[in-house]
Ligand binder design. Structure first.
Ligand code: PEP
Ligand code: MG
Length: 304
């Protein structure tokens, strides 16, 4: 089985009937391009930019950021690379940006909310992304995390475009955005579902807390129904919908996500082989049947 998975490595992600599901890599620093390419990633679906800011007393300079983004983009000429704006706050606190006195940090300032409070940081990152884009040949997509509704989505898309960015989208990781997904699909170029946070917020269970870890599963039909709302809205409006949370790295769940209408999957590079092999075993019709069963709760087993 492992040998078969490796054999498929040079091939693009697709179902048995040829339905394309591009398989992308999640990366945390430019050097991660190596494992991503080695495992046959077709591009990058999530570049977490927090590494540039972590452990520093102040935000990195525009030049420093530009160099880091360009370094990654240069490894993927002609290919899709989704770079995520800084996700400071909650499980990713940054000393100079995150307030220390929030009683519930996951419900406080994080992602877009933090950036709007620190416009010079937002401005610097957008300038660096536009500069790196101009220097390289990759197909750059830029998204922002922790977006609650279509108003915030429209705000960020407009802002990103004012810097000359071509594809600007949002992460879907707050349940509210799933509920208004039809509105979001009218303003965003794309949506990427962050199933780690979407699960945390849908189930109201802190993703960092061991005592409630049993709730942190995207197999829960409530989470899958939220994903379906987003995929349906995207497909109705011709807006690409990807998944970049851990759910995409589960070979069985990946089939369900494809059946729900998700267009691309992004995951840690080591998961690519197994997910590629798993998708190749089912037709779209079979994946849809699997998704219908999952939405019904057939594969979800509550903890005792
Ligand atoms: C997610 O929430 O699923 C996600 C991909 O982002 P992060 O894990 O970095 O919050
Ligand atoms: Mg997240």
């Amino acid at each position: 089985k492992a040998a078969k998975a490796k054999e498929l490595r040079g091939k693009p992600g697709m179902l048995k009937d040829g339905t394309r599901i591009p398989l992308l890599a999640n990366v945390g620093k430019p050097e991660d391009a190596d494992p991503a390419l080695e495992h046959g990633a077709e591009g990058v679906g999530l570049f977490r930019t927090e590494f540039l800011f972590l452990g520093n007393e102040e935000p990195p300079s525009i030049e420093e950021q530009t160099a880091a983004y360009a370094k990654l983009l240069a490894r993927f000429p002609g290919r899709k690379v989704v770079i995520r704006m800084l996700d400071a706050g909650a499980d990713k606190p940054l000393p100079f940006l995150t307030p220390e006195d929030e009683p519930n940090p996951a419900l406080g300032l994080r992602g877009l909310r933090t950036l709007r409070e620190h416009m010079p940081v937002m401005d610097g990152q957008l300038k660096a992304l536009a500069a790196a884009d101009a220097q390289t040949e990759a197909d750059l997509w830029v998204m922002v995390p922790m977006v609650a509704d279509e108003h915030e989505a429209a705000y960020f898309v407009e802002l990103g475009k004012s810097y000359g960015l071509k594809k600007v989208g949002v992460m879907a990781e707050v349940p509210s955005i799933a509920l208004v997904a039809d509105k979001v699909a009218q303003v965003a170029d794309f949506v990427s579902i962050g199933t780690n946070d979407l699960t945390q917020y849908t189930m109201a269970a802190d993703r960092t807390l061991g005592s409630v870890a049993a709730y942190q599963t995207a197999w829960h039909p409530a989470v899958l129904r939220a994903i379906k709302m987003i995929a349906d809205a995207g497909n109705a409006h011709g807006m690409p919908v990807g998944v970049c949370g851990e759910a995409a790295a589960d070979p069985d769940l990946a089939v369900v996500l494809a059946g729900l209408g998700v267009n691309s999957l992004s995951m840690t590079p080591v998961a690519l082989d197994d997910v590629r092999a798993s998708l190749a075993e089912v037709t779209l019709e079979e994946a849809r049947a699997r998704a219908a069963a999952a939405l019904n709760g057939d594969f979800y087993h509550p903890a005792e």
